[in-house]
Unconditional design. Sequence first.
Length: 245
Amino acid sequence: MTDADLAAHLAAVAGRLLTEVRDSNLLSLKALGKAGDATANQFLVHALREQRPDDGLLSEEEKDNADRLARSRVWIVDPVDGTREYGEARTDWAVHVALAVDGVPVIGAVALPGLGVVLRSDQPAAVTPAPERLRMVVSRTRPAAEAVAVAERLGAELLPMGSAGAKAMAVVRGEADIYLHTGGQYEWDSCAPVAVALAHGLHCSRVDGSPLVYNQADTYMPDLLICRKEHAPRVLALVREIGAG
């Protein structure tokens, strides 16, 4: 199985497991989140250690192992991205499986089990043209002030949404045009979505325009921008203006 096939298969199976756990109707919302995270994580971690024993591994739900820092190839996974949305049986949650090579997200799969799809870095499709009025995805519970300010300057419509993966894939799927996040994330929140977005020809960077680099000792990532390449210069300039102001 190729790395891309493995990533997609793992994301899809984890998504099915999560759906089965939720549909059992045996767990309260809080317990469901914990059970789902644990179930998907155990599957992903054990499968990756068996299928790719020489690679490093970083998972949100697994104690970090500094040995990964010495590896060129590191799998970065988020068993449930959007635990709240998962528990509420919404569609805007995801499973992330990515492979970073020397810090670059080269392989990624993002499963959207609520929609029955898996988006893959090795199967890019054309991103549909943007409408006249741009659409920006933001957090449905705490939209970042910078994103709201940029949207106002652009005259963009705000689309509240749950998980980071769902937001990024909304841009890939042509349902949104800009994903600007300044509220802080971790490597597992964006590695797989960025790999998929890059493969689809989208712009992905920090909000200062610098590259997104993975498999770092500190897994915190303060911000990111995913959008069509033609919109990136304007968005980055607006972020600088707002920051300077």
